[in-house]
Design a protein around this ligand. Structure first.
Ligand code: F6R
Length: 608
């Protein structure tokens, strides 16, 4: 949820920390701070609000000289977003400063213990116990103090620690929260996300749970939890600097919507070889697949809705029952999962706490796990038995767009792959569907091109108090995600309903001028949804239909229309969501919302 950065080298640290924090601001943006070491003294600057405030306070870092430092951008969990609760937190003796991403679950007991020992606390945060524990255990050796401190913590944490007695060193520790070391020449970095590192280096070391490291300008030594040095691989970061920047767009969200044809192409095209699907990273044998009696898809938020969209294709093509489960529920449900279950885990960030916990629970019960993940080297990618990367590139806007469509596309591809492996599809049908799959990037591009009226429609609908998104079957799956997009960035209350459910209660809410967004892109069931449109129109609703271009049947029914190109419903969700992303974007823009950083949200939900 929060973002952390650190630097040790020969350049001024503060501007590097501030630049890194700007890149991480999407992870949390209610307060921020930096601590820089200079002449064996720690200078700490903290502010409430955005990184821009911190830049102003520090004169873009000029007021904080020094070549070693750590920084933090916060999404508040324990204690309100105030200057005092902002990180870094300092020890009572002023020797240590700490930044933390995650949650310390046993902080209350530790806090009481430390208070009894005479330490005083400035903030309400869970993090502050960490810095006092380090002070308590420090006897002239920071490494030993870090080991003893870590052994006392329960929860999730990525930490950066600096100490005035060991002024060139930065210590970092990882437990269930992402932490990456950027390897430079005569200088080194760390961050909770590669986006903060790509401007400086392409060489990265991904820490695993329980590991910690001592970083100086010239050296990086990684240790296991017992403190023994271990050899770590240096990985190459493939994301480029431009893809983590706005590139002329007003918002990252719009840029990422427009990037979808390219992102979907990157997800599927390299996996189609010689007219066939080759999933080299997830070569499941026919024998194993025959032993699977159900597929469970688990995820949170939009990724969960991507699972809902994938389920239709998977069941239709593979004829295996598919359950889609919210990870936050599955993890506590004593799930009926065993070695005959294939668990598919969807996550853009690869760091969502509930999704990780659900995956671990299912692994324990014998399920094989297949992760569909965007962020390379993330916890979910590393924990799963198989990982299919979505190759969407960095997604910075908090509301996911290309993350969702690439997840759906990879699920479609996987469904087709399994159907063929299990001999559940004939050659002709397989070839036809593979062709449709390969044209998804083109269909998304056409959708972007044919909806220039959406900004005008946003002007008409942006004053609504609430919106209903209705659809059936594959259209219903898209309605779920469409409503979420509208809610989270425009703050308009939006509900999704299976259109057939309206008569069972919800239709009571339909009155004059109530906007109803009706999804009608599945020909097999379109007539039924059209009847529901007639019903809501009869009660005064204003209907905006999402349907095929030139769908004449819809003209007399809908007040307004937005379009996708005509296509088979089985793979349509990845295309059909695109005009709804645009609608949410332009409605939010009309309403003057902070589109890339919606209130109360953060990009990567690394706490429960
Ligand atoms: C909504 C959104 C969230 C995420 C959810 C899971 O636009 O982005 O609902 O989909 O928090 O995140 P990941 O995919 O990173 O596990």
């Amino acid at each position: 949820m929060c973002g952390i950065v650190g630097y040790t080298g020969t350049q001024e640290a503060a501007p590097i920390l501030l630049e890194g924090l700007k890149k991480l601001e999407y992870r949390g943006y209610d307060s921020a701070g930096i601590a820089v070491l200079n002449d064996n003294l720690l200078a700490v600057s903290k502010v409430t609000g955005r990184i821009a405030n911190l830049c102003e306070k520090t004169a873009d870092g000029k007021n904080c000289p020094g070549t070693v430092g750590i920084g933090h951008t916060r999404w508040a969990t324990h204690g309100a977003p105030t200057d005092t609760n902002a990180h870094p937190h300092m020890s009572n003796d002023g020797k240590f400063a700490v930044v933390h991403n995650g949650i310390i679950e046993n902080y209350i007991a530790l806090r009481e213990e430390l208070i009894q020992k005479g330490y005083h606390f400035d903030s309400e945060t869970d993090t502050e116990v960490i810095v006092h524990l380090i002070e308590m255990y420090y006897t002239g050796d920071l490494k030993k103090a870090v080991i003893r401190m870590s052994a006392r913590l329960c929860g999730s944490y990525a930490l950066g620690v600096v100490c005035t007695d060991e002024p060139e060193k930065v210590y970092v520790v990882r437990e269930a929260s992402p932490l990456i070391i950027g390897v430079g020449v005569g200088e080194n970095y760390f961050a909770s996300d590669v986006t903060a590192l790509v401007s400086y280096t392409r060489n990265a070391i991904y820490l695993d749970d329980g590991e910690f490291a001592e970083i100086t300008p010239e050296t990086i030594v990684v240790f296991n939890p017992a403190g023994h040095p271990i050899i770590k691989k240096i990985s190459r970061i493939t994301w480029d600097v431009q893809s983590a920047e706005k590139g002329g767009y007003e918002h990252f969200m719009l840029k990422e919507i427009v990037e979808q044809p390219r992102a979907i192409k990157a997800a599927i095209a390299p996996r189609i070889k010689n007219g066939d699907i080759a999933l080299d990273e997830a070569e499941l044998t026919t024998e194993y697949l025959e032993s699977v009696n159900k597929i469970v898809i688990t995820a949170c938020g939009s990724a969960y809705y991507a699972g809902c969209a994938g389920k239709y294709a998977m069941e239709k093509l593979c004829r295996i029952p598919v359950q889609v489960e919210l990870a936050s529920e599955l993890r506590y449900n004593d799930p009926l999962i065993d070695e005959h279950t294939l668990l598919i885990v969807l996550s853009q960030s690869g760091e969502t706490a509930d999704t990780i916990a659900a995956m671990k629970e299912c692994k324990k019960r014998g399920a094989k796990t297949l992760a569909v993940v965007n962020v390379v080297g993330s916890t979910i990618a590393n924990t799963a038995d198989y990982t299919l990367y979505t190759w969407a590139g960095p997604e910075i806007a908090v509301a996911t767009t290309k993350g969702y469509t690439t997840q759906v596309s990879v699920l479609y591809m996987f469904a087709l792959y399994v159907a063929k492996k299990m001999n559940r599809i004939d050659k002709e049908h397989y070839e036809k569907l593979l062709k449709i799959l390969s044209t998804l990037p083109k269909k998304v591009q056409e959708t972007l091109d044919m909806n220039s009226a959406i900004p005008a429609l946003a002007k008409k609908y942006h004053n609504a108090d609430s919106m209903f998104f209705i659809g059936r079957n594959t259209d219903y799956a898209v309605a779920l995600e469409g409503a979420l997009k509208m809610k989270e960035i425009s703050y308009i209350h939006a509900e999704s309903y299976a259109a057939g459910e309206l008569k069972h209660g919800t239709i009571a809410l339909i009155e004059d001028h109530q906007p109803v967004i009706a999804l009608c892109c599945n020909e097999s069931i379109m007539e039924k949804t059209m009847s529901n449109i007639v019903e809501v129109k009869a009660r005064g609703a204003e209907v905006l239909a999402v349907t095929f271009k030139d769908n004449q049947k819809m003209v007399p029914l809908a007040d307004d229309m937005i379009f996708i190109p005509k296509m088979d419903a089985i793979f349509a969700a990845a295309v059909e969501i695109v005009p709804l992303q645009l609608l949410a974007y332009y409605v939010a823009k009309e309403n003057g919302c902070d589109i890339d950083k919606p209130k109360n949200l953060a990009k990567s939900v690394t706490v429960e």
